[in-house]
Write a protein that binds this ligand. Structure first.
Ligand SMILES: [Zn+2]
Length: 261
């Protein structure tokens, strides 16, 4: 597993292969700016380093933008209420605060409990999971953001091109990451093979006190039915459950706004 410490800084990767255009016009991709007072490191060095850290942690450039500072609570209605009587906005604010505090307080070997965010598609679950990871990276930790269906596909693909060693490598990263996000649990098939892989992963993490966060579109009852009691009881043992509700699919609203501009 690649560690942050092992990132070798090489500005040459900034150079575009096909054209002579520079990615950074401030330093012409040299990483240095020449001033009257001497040579200064260019800001693109830190940006490039951050981009590579995020990639190691499984965060796409889109996901690196999902931070607590950019989370918009106005997407959650004040006129709709959950079964406890809280408005959707109050409920979302509560879950937002829990996630933020979690990311601030997180410490390996001290944080054992995890979070499950449940809710329909486009309710901001993935956003908050990415925000937790982005904050942990800022604090110097190395979380791993894993999209469950992609993770399972990656293991399946490893049988054709790498054999057991590759599978072990893929599993090892998910098993031993300081903090793991399992994004979109349940949007995959539920074969015995799939259930077996997920159980191996979650059982290991719970036994080793390694926390994780799950996002899922399915209700807990549906997960129990589809994944079985063994997995659900391990998750329930290790996590607190929260449900994010909103009247609309937030991603759809955001795209519509975008198109209207
Ligand atoms: Zn630069």
């Amino acid at each position: 597993m690649e560690k942050f410490d092992n990132i070798k800084f090489d500005m040459n990767i900034n150079k575009t292969q096909q054209t002579s255009a520079y990615k950074c016009s401030k330093c012409n991709d040299t990483g240095w700016i020449y001033t009257e007072n001497g040579v200064m490191p260019c800001s693109c060095r830190a940006e490039e380093l951050n981009r590579r850290k995020a990639a190691i942690c499984g965060l796409t450039p889109m996901l690196t933008k999902k931070t607590f500072a950019s989370f918009d609570l106005t997407h959650y209605e004040e006129f709709l209420r959950n079964e406890k009587g809280d408005t959707y906005r109050k409920q979302a604010k509560k879950i937002f605060d829990i996630c933020k505090l979690y990311a601030e307080d997180f410490a390996p070997q001290k944080t054992f409990r995890g979070l499950v965010l449940q809710g329909e598609v486009g309710r901001g679950k993935t956003f908050l999971a990415a925000a937790v990871c982005n904050r942990l990276i800022e604090r110097g930790y190395e979380p791993y953001f894993m999209v469950v269906p992609e993770f399972l596909d990656e293991i399946r693909a490893s049988y054709n091109n790498g054999g057991e060693f590759s599978e072990a490598k893929i599993m090892d990263k998910a098993m031993n990451a300081a903090f793991l996000v399992l994004d979109d649990l349940g949007s995959h098939n539920f074969s015995q093979w799939t259930i077996g892989k997920l159980f191996t992963l979650l059982n290991y993490r719970v036994n080793h006190g390694l926390p994780f966060m799950i996002t899922t579109n399915l209700s807990i009852g549906e997960l129990q039915q589809l994944l079985g009691d063994r997995i659900i009881s391990r998750i329930a043992e290790a996590c607190d459950f929260y449900c994010l509700q909103s009247g609309n699919d937030i991603r759809m609203i955001m795209n519509m706004k975008y198109m209207g501009e």
